[in-house]
Design a protein around this ligand. Sequence first.
Ligand code: SF4
Length: 368
Amino acid sequence: MDLDRHDFELDELIERIKGHDHRLVALQIPEGLKMQALEMMDEIEDETSAKVILAADPCYGACDLVHDKMKLMGVELVAHMGHSQMNIDSGMPTQFINVTYDGDPAIDPVLPILAQHRAVAESRLAKTAEGDLSEEEAQEKFLDAVGRVAPLKGAKLGLVASIQHLHLVFDYKKRFEDAGFEVEVPVGGARLTFPGQVLGCNYSGDDDEIGHYLFLGSGDFHPIGLALHTGKPLAMLDPYTGDASEMGTERIERILRQRFGLIMAIQESQNFAILIGEKPGQMRRSLALKLKRSLAKHGKKGYLLALEHVGPELIDFYPVDAFVNTACPRIAIDDSVRYAKPLVTPFELEVALGEKKWETGYQFDEIP
Ligand code: SF4
């Protein structure tokens, strides 16, 4: 990653610190940018009379705002970098700082992929709804990454980006329209701040007018979630390299097969631990209590465990048969192989209990 091409937008923060005469400020920075942390701390301390504490624990999202511990240390302001504000209040004054990247890749390499995906969307649009399914057909539908999408009303291209590239979406919307695509920049719910924004746990801008997607960003974290959530074809354009690619259906079907196996594996389980995330934007206490009640209704036991961080070394030793995760949804999806026992999402537990049906297709665990 070329850090010199990122804009860390420290000026506004420096003005705020000076304006309020803050003396102690905490800086919270995502993992990929921590190499720059000391340089930024120097700049803030040189320009203001504040001292800066780096909140050095891992930070993967605005769901993870530092709060009470920093308050106890006497911190007056938290500067949270690289993520946008969510619908949560950490109880600490917090300044969100955008980090943008100036990369501006050509769209030509991705156009052939988008043309194929549009054809898939158009053929889905023409399909009629299915009637009742047998149990076996319903399970097959669950596993089918391309057949489980909800009925479409359009075949538009949905244009989304990760936060560093969001400033480009309306410029790219125009470019793709000029290339002959009908483009929508989806607007999501309260957890998302900007049009076109996606998070690893929230793709709420999706609608039935969108038939396929382009993700402007790098890595496969957001694309995997988007493809699992929507079941729609997804192309990727990486602003760091200019490379175009697509999220293969085999990849998504492999994940769905793994999820299917975990649901089957917990069907006879009796004792569950239900994980509650302590981070402000991951805490789903009501959902955890609902799952505990649901387990009791089926004659099973659910123990509630609250954790700030979730990891195999912190939970594997409990004498339960399986874990249900209500903290960051991606822990169960991306990391379940690291755990000795099945680690499932709330939806997967409900399918195992027979409360949800296979034929509704895989439902991604979204935090609204
Ligand atoms: S809950 Fe997980 S996916 Fe959502 S913002 Fe936090 S770290 Fe990212």
